[in-house]
Design a protein. Structure first.
Lengths: 111, 114
């Protein structure tokens, strides 16, 4: 069962464009995390959001946690080739311990 | 600090062969995890160890066994490999099994079962 649905699955854009990636669920999460994974490497944490409605900024990346804590979005402003990678959202639902990952959004930014 | 290390990086097995994937972390973390990553499926949890001496099944434990050898090391064993176990395996660690705690991942082991 995939608790977290990510869209789009693939995204190919040119340098300088803006983009938004979505992570949606019917479950409520106590927190959501966003990871980025580059080819041949393991995922690396970008941010954790814990409060409904929370917005966090990391340079050109803006992360938002939905008011109901069921969804999240990642917005990249003026994308650069270095942003290329697989973006994964992950969260723990209910009282469980296991981190559930979405299938990811594969982003390609070309010069 | 090396973080999370995994060996081997690549492995090819024949159906029915066995092997152990090794993982070690030098961050003094209490919790460790094994995931597999398949195209179009994302990361799925195989087993985790909340603390030294404990292990628990994740989403896809069938065909695997684990050993938490000590606080640093967490191994994953395939007793009789099957082609369906062809995947990239990631080990991760964190301070605790708790929502919102960062997990640190190793570089992965790319396993092919023929």
């Amino acid at each position: 069962t995939q608790l977290l649905e990510q869209s789009p699955q693939f995204l190919s854009i040119q340098e300088g464009e803006n983009l938004t990636v979505y992570c949606n669920s019917s479950s409520v999460f106590s927190s959501l995390q966003w990871y980025r994974q580059e080819p041949g490497e393991g995922p690396v944490l970008l941010v954790t959001v814990v409060t409904g409605g929370e917005v966090k900024k990391l340079k050109r990346l803006t992360f938002q946690f939905g008011d109901a804590r069921k969804d999240s979005s990642l917005h990249i402003t003026a994308a650069q080739p270095g942003d290329t990678g697989l973006y994964l959202c992950a969260g723990v639902s209910g009282s469980g311990y296991a981190l559930n990952f979405g299938k990811g959004t594969s982003l390609l930014v070309t010069p | 600090n090396a973080g999370v290390t995994q060996t081997p990086k690549f492995q090819v097995l024949k159906t029915g062969q066995s092997m152990t994937l090794q993982c070690a972390q030098d961050m003094n973390h209490n919790s460790m995890y094994w995931y597999r990553q398949d195209p179009g499926m994302g990361l799925r949890l195989i087993y985790y160890s909340a603390s030294e001496g404990t292990t628990d099944k994740g989403e896809v434990p069938n065909g695997y066994n684990v050993s938490r050898l000590n606080k640093r090391e967490f191994s994953l064993r395939l007793e009789s490999a099957a082609p369906s176990q062809t995947s990239v395996y990631f080990c991760a660690s964190s301070e605790a099994v708790q929502a919102g705690v960062e997990q640190f991942f190793g570089p992965g082991t790319r396993l092919t079962v023929l």
